[in-house]
Design a protein around this ligand. Structure first.
Ligand SMILES: [Zn+2]
Length: 500
């Protein structure tokens, strides 16, 4: 019997429509190839969706191709050129004919022309291959749409946040698709949503209220009541009409039972909507609290400028306040500032430099101007900014910070890099000679993903409401395109009949 032929692809971007950072083709470019054997070699064995789908294809004994392996940090709208290039490569390969398509997508891609990049990609694939089985693995922060559900055969989403089950999410989707192709099951999807814009800070499935919701979904899937069950928190920093908390169930044949459980989950989310809201607090009080805590490391997470939600990673407000309040024995970073990196490399290791650090990017959608911080110190270390992740999130993958240098101000070691990357692995510090376990304060820009690598070493965690385009206080954003009514913007709203 001839081998089955699969097409695998990755096209991942979480779009923050308020971010000033553009997302051209170059944002998706990598050191390795964007397709073919080199891209396969880099992804194979990693704890990523693409790594999981490669495992599925190998186990099935299929031949497979990888026409596109594109993944960019969250940022502003994806340019038309970038989207067209990625979609065209995938559609062309599928158009040559294949037995299955396995797609690692994010689910929250907004392009210059499409509010739902993933739905558009799937619609184009369906035009050339109306009946091919398609498995899609999505991020937990996907913005679910009818187009995605219509275009895919099976959809699964991450069950964790920090996302430490990326490969497993793909394997769950792949397993169902393989069973369907063998004629064992007949996947049918149902989905629903509630008009709830929940804070990503309240999304962690390891804590309430998401714990109960995800627990119900996991029990339905693991107990065999349905083939797959996923809950999606949505991503609030996007001004698009389909923003909501949603759920997708893959049922075997009849959908009635799955629909009952799914609606139970969504109803719970709606009843507990108040628990999904974020309550802001003055930054100076948070820094003062960190200062008053005993022992260390005290991990301070600045979620207002979080690169993995579209942050510029160069807002200095938290570090400025930490210095102003006299915090000592601290490490911080990475701050994305190629100009400062160049100055530090010019000065060389041991050299003294005065920098106007960070603050290079204005944020017009937030009404914020870039504000650098004047710092002086000694250059402690210079690296190429590359390291392999050893922690639980995206294990085995390579982080590329670009050229990176460490500034020692005496009180604080600040990592400065040419590129952005959310710190979720200790490698951001250890690769440049800093052991965060020995520091009293560890100041990083992250929302939840830092918990993967940093929670195990943290004596205390202090969340910091820094400035930036990933602020958790949603009142700081001007939404013009969201569909109203939407909680919490319309606090007294009632659900329509089809949602209740
Ligand atoms: Zn996510």
């Amino acid at each position: 019997m001839p081998k089955k032929k699969f097409v695998l692809a990755m096209m991942m971007h979480e779009t923050n429509t308020f971010s000033p950072l553009p997302t051209p083709t170059e944002s998706f470019a990598r050191k390795g190839d964007l397709s073919g054997p080199l891209a396969i070699a880099e992804a194979e064995g990693t704890n990523t969706s693409l790594g999981g789908f490669i495992e599925v294809a190998r186990k099935a004994g299929a031949e497979f191709t990888l026409p596109m392996a594109a993944n960019a940090h969250p940022s502003g709208l994806v340019t038309n050129a970038a989207f067209e290039q990625m979609a065209a490569a995938i559609v062309a390969e599928v158009g040559k004919g294949c037995d299955a398509v396995l797609l690692a997508l994010h689910g929250a891609m907004v392009t210059q022309s499409y509010d739902d990049g993933e739905g558009e990609l799937l619609a184009r694939i369906r035009k050339v291959a109306p009946n091919v089985p398609i498995a899609v693995a999505l991020d937990f922060h996907a913005q679910m749409t009818e187009a995605m559900v219509r275009g895919a055969t099976v959809i699964t989403g991450y069950r964790t946040y920090p996302h430490i089950d990326m490969a497993d999410t793909a394997i769950r989707a792949g397993r169902t698709l393989m069973r369907a192709m063998a004629g064992e099951v007949a996947p049918k999807m149902v989905w629903g949503s509630r008009p709830l814009m929940s804070s990503t800070l309240m999304h962690t499935p390891s804590r309430e209220p998401m714990k109960t919701l995800m627990g119900l979904a996991n029990a339905a899937e693991d107990g065999g009541q349905v083939l797959n069950a996923s809950v999606f928190g949505g991503f609030p920093q996007a001004d698009i009409p389909h923003l909501a908390l949603s759920s997708v169930f893959v049922c075997d044949g009849r959908t009635a039972d799955g629909e009952v459980i799914m609606n139970r989950i969504l109803d719970q989310a709606w009843q507990r909507r108040e628990e999904f809201m974020f309550r802001p607090e003055p930054l100076r009080d948070q820094i003062a609290r960190a200062k008053s805590l005993k022992g260390g490391p005290i991990v301070m997470a600045d979620h207002g400028d979080n690169t993995a939600s579209g942050g510029t990673q160069d807002v200095m407000s938290v570090i400025e306040e930490a210095i102003a309040q006299g915090l000592e024995d601290a490490c911080a970073g990475p701050i994305c500032d190629p100009i400062s990196v160049a100055q530090m490399i010019d000065a060389g290791i041991g050299g003294t430099v005065s920098l106007e650090l960070g603050g290079k990017t204005d944020m017009p959608a937030m009404g914020l101007k870039g504000k650098p911080l004047a710092v002086t110190g000694r250059v402690k270390c210079i690296t190429d900014g590359e390291f392999k992740v050893t922690g639980p999130m995206a294990t085995g993958s390579i982080v590329r910070l670009g050229r990176t240098a460490v500034l020692d101000t005496g009180r604080m070691l600040i990592v400065v890099s040419e590129r952005r990357s959310e710190p979720y692995d200790l490698g951001v510090f250890t690769h440049c000679g800093i052991d965060p376990r020995t520091k009293r304060y560890v100041i990083i820009k992250s929302r939840q993903h830092f918990r993967a690598g940093f929670e195990p070493i943290a004596k205390h965690i202090v969340m910091c409401d820094g400035d930036g385009c990933t602020a958790s206080d949603l009142k700081l954003f001007e939404y013009t395109r969201i569909k109203r009514p939407l909680y919490p913007f319309d606090p007294d709203m009632r659900l329509g009949r089809n949602e209740a």
